[in-house]
Design a protein around this ligand. Structure first.
Ligand code: ATP
Length: 419
């Protein structure tokens, strides 16, 4: 069990052939971002406090720096700048093996010639633990001053067996303990890899895309098993995935990353309800949120959203989440109006659009439409079927409660949270 503190963490991969130089400065509290031509900064000023026992998920598109961050926590990658603390202890220069952290990889990394039992217990056999010297009866041996004599010893067979059986019991793999990896399914192999991490009793579990090799059904099953495992162990888990559904269903808090930066850290529901920027709004939720480029102007208690086709929708400020004051000065402001497909209403009034494609999903229907002057396709997810076909004209509107607004330039949300 451990808490972690990541302060201004940066990872700079030096240019090929460039001199390797540690950018870590113990005295400076601020991140150094000394980058030379050709260097690549994979993680930029990562700040986060992780409480003991949390289930944290790092999510983001490929290359956003989530695995690099995880590997820095594990000690498998140098930290270029910033400070990392585990349980209040600075660990920048602490070896991976001394960090009391277990990592589970996508590739399982099991020894093919060993049985599950041997794979799970392998690390324990190698490990030495502190103890006191004991006599044949099991009583502590004392030195001439009457103090217990401290020693480092290997685990006994019985201790190892107890740990393996405990992990196998929780993971439901007792019947697999004498099988080899080649005789097992992907899901079973991943359970063995989890067991191997569990018996070490680590302070922190790091899991790097552990379910990517599994088929969709097994992935869903293993997802809930890992959540259950976290509840049973009550240890800090940090889980990396590029799959937002996995992140939303597993994490107690989620870190959304892009291009080496943190875009938002929040609970799954807050990420969905209150995305702080257009990237998070678009990344979290399926299908992706619609973004309409509009010009907003406040008049009295109404926000007028002028679309690119010249039409205007009226939004009641009383019903919307609070809008930042600077956008309510009566002048027009360029923004993205974000609405999820399920909150788009199709009816007699609203902005005119034309149907591109329709999809019938049983009793529901997806309508893909376009609006003159707006880039791309938009989607309305209806829980009814309408007699619509390609080329038909329709009108779309939104309920104010479900509208998001993002500044057109900074792409940051200009709405506060509900009281
Ligand atoms: P993925 O899901 O594809 O693994 P990720 O978010 O985990 O993506 P990282 O593996 O952390 O991304 O990589 C972040 C960036 O750092 C990528 O652009 C990658 O190419 C780069 N990178 C990773 N390792 C190295 C390295 N050893 N040398 C140089 N660049 C690297």
């Amino acid at each position: 069990m451990a808490n972690l503190s990541l302060r201004h963490i940066c990872k700079i991969y030096p240019a090929r052939g460039g001199a390797k130089k540690s950018l870590f400065n113990f005295k400076k509290k601020k991140a150094q971002t000394e980058v030379r031509v050709g260097d690549f900064t994979a993680v930029k000023d990562f700040n986060m406090e992780i409480e003991d026992g949390e289930f944290i998920v790092f999510v983001g598109p490929s290359g956003c720096g989530k695995s690099t961050t995880l590997r820095m926590i594990a000690g498998l990658e140098d930290i270029s700048a910033g400070e990392m603390y585990i349980d209040g202890k600075l660990v920048n220069n602490v070896d991976a093996k001394d960090r009391d952290i277990a990592m589970v990889f996508q590739s399982y990394a099991l020894y093919p010639h060993m049985t599950s039992y041997e794979n799970i217990s392998f690390g324990l056999k190698m490990r030495k633990i502190p103890d006191v010297r004991r006599d044949k009866e099991g009583n502590p041996v004392l030195d001439k001053d009457g103090n217990e004599i401290k020693i480092m010893r290997h685990y006994t067979k019985a201790e190892i067996d107890e740990k393996v059986q405990w992990a196998a019991g929780i993971l439901g793999i007792k019947e697999l303990l004498h099988s080899k990896p080649s005789d097992m399914s992907g899901g079973q192999r991943q359970r063995i890899a989890l067991g191997r991490a569990m018996v070490r009793g680590p302070k922190v579990f790091l899991l790097d895309e552990p379910l990517s090799n599994l088929d969709a059904k097994l992935r869903t099953q293993m997802r809930s098993e890992i959540v259950k495992l976290h509840k049973a162990l009550k240890t800090t888990f940090i889980y990396v995935t590029h799959d937002q559904v996995e992140a939303m269903t597993m994490g107690s808090r989620i870190v959304v990353m892009k291009d080496g930066f943190i875009k938002q850290i929040d609970t799954p529901t807050n990420l969905f309800d209150y995305p702080e920027n257009k990237f998070v709004a678009g990344f979290i939720g399926t299908p992706q949120m619609n973004f309409f480029r509009v010009e907003i102007t406040k008049k009295a208690k109404t926000l007028y959203a002028k679309f690119t086709n010249g039409e205007t929708l009226k939004l009641s400020l009383d019903k919307m989440r609070p809008v930042l004051g600077e956008y309510l000065d009566g002048n027009p402001h360029e923004v993205y109006l974000g609405v999820r497909g399920e909150h788009v209403c199709v009816g007699e009034s609203g902005v005119s659009a034309s149907v591109n494609v329709t999809e019938i999903l049983g009793s529901d229907m997806h309508v893909f439409f376009e609006i003159e002057g707006q880039e791309g396709d938009f989607i309305a997810c209806l829980n009814c079927r309408l007699p619509l076909a390609t080329g038909d004209r329709l009108h779309i509107s939104f309920s104010e409660e479900n509208v998001h607004l993002f500044d057109a330039e900074s792409e940051k949300s200009i709405l506060g949270r509900k009281e």
